[in-house]
Design a protein around this ligand. Structure first.
Ligand SMILES: O=P(O)(O)O[C@H]1O[C@H](CO)[C@@H](O)[C@H]1O
Ligand SMILES: O=c1cc[nH]c(=O)[nH]1
Length: 235
């Protein structure tokens, strides 16, 4: 047990889905798991374990931002034995190539975070997804006919950015979405020999200012969660 997680050793499965939002964790457990059990509620950052297609699986909310995610992921891997970690997030769109509701499967995550920068003085480390998980997600998304993009994303420490110009050069270099956690997830997975992938639903386009409706939010997040669970149970 840790200061942030009162689950007992063995309460978490080896495969864990990671939404930022604790209520998304609850919604995933209640709607997609068989026999879900709540295993963590410290700070209301909820965690659950159940089964999907006969395989044990967990979901743990990470909160918002890389410092928060880093705490949960460090403990999931090093205290609870997690080996496969799949972020199921939302992101902003940085290009008109990505439509609201599209999935972004993050091959890599560029970041402004000191967590990554300060870990490698003198180097610009490239946090990348686990290839097995990435390939599996891409194949399943295509088979299911989901609109998806495999690309670099920005994991930013800043939600309220001062205008789009901060993103223009990144977008011109293929960074198609912005969220706040994937780079630290990929760094920690590499450090501790675990597998990680981030899948995000694009909820608001920073170029056109189009936003996802409440009804679309539910069905799109369903597509993302089903895809992530399918990858987690089969890969
Ligand atoms: O919807 P989640 O998973 O929280 O992800 C995105 O939403 C939050 C910002 O609104 C950040 O955590 C960002 O990464
Ligand atoms: O981090 C995020 C998430 C959703 N939308 C954004 O603009 N940023």
């Amino acid at each position: 047990m840790t200061p942030h997680n009162h689950a007992k050793p063995g309460d978490f499965a080896e495969a864990v889905l990671l939404p930022g939002d604790p209520l998304r964790a609850k919604w995933i457990a209640e709607n997609f798991f068989e026999n879900p059990q709540q295993v963590n509620s410290v700070r209301n950052c909820l965690g659950f374990t159940g089964t999907v297609q006969g395989k044990r699986i967990s979901v743990q909310a990470t909160g918002m931002g890389q410092p928060s995610l880093s705490i949960y992921v460090h403990e999931l891997i090093n205290v609870y034995g997690a080996k496969t970690l799949i972020r199921v997030g939302t992101c902003g769109g940085l290009s008109t190539k990505v439509k609201v509701r599209d999935l972004i499967i993050a091959q890599a995550a560029t970041t402004d975070s000191a967590i990554v920068r300060d870990a490698f003085p003198g180097y610009g480390y490239a946090p990348i997804a686990n290839f097995e998980l990435l390939a599996s997600a891409v194949e399943k998304a295509r088979k299911a006919g989901l609109r998806s993009h495999v690309c670099n994303i920005l994991s930013s420490d800043v939600f309220y950015q001062d205008g789009f110009s901060a993103y223009e050069k990144l977008a011109a270099h293929g960074v198609l979405g912005v969220e706040m956690e994937a780079a630290a997830l990929y760094l920690l997975a590499a450090r501790y020999n675990a597998r990680a992938l981030a899948i995000c639903t694009m909820t608001d386009c920073l170029v056109t200012h189009e936003e996802m409706s409440a009804a679309d939010r539910q069905s799109s997040l369903t597509e993302m969660v089903k895809l992530a669970l399918d990858v987690a149970v089969s890969t």
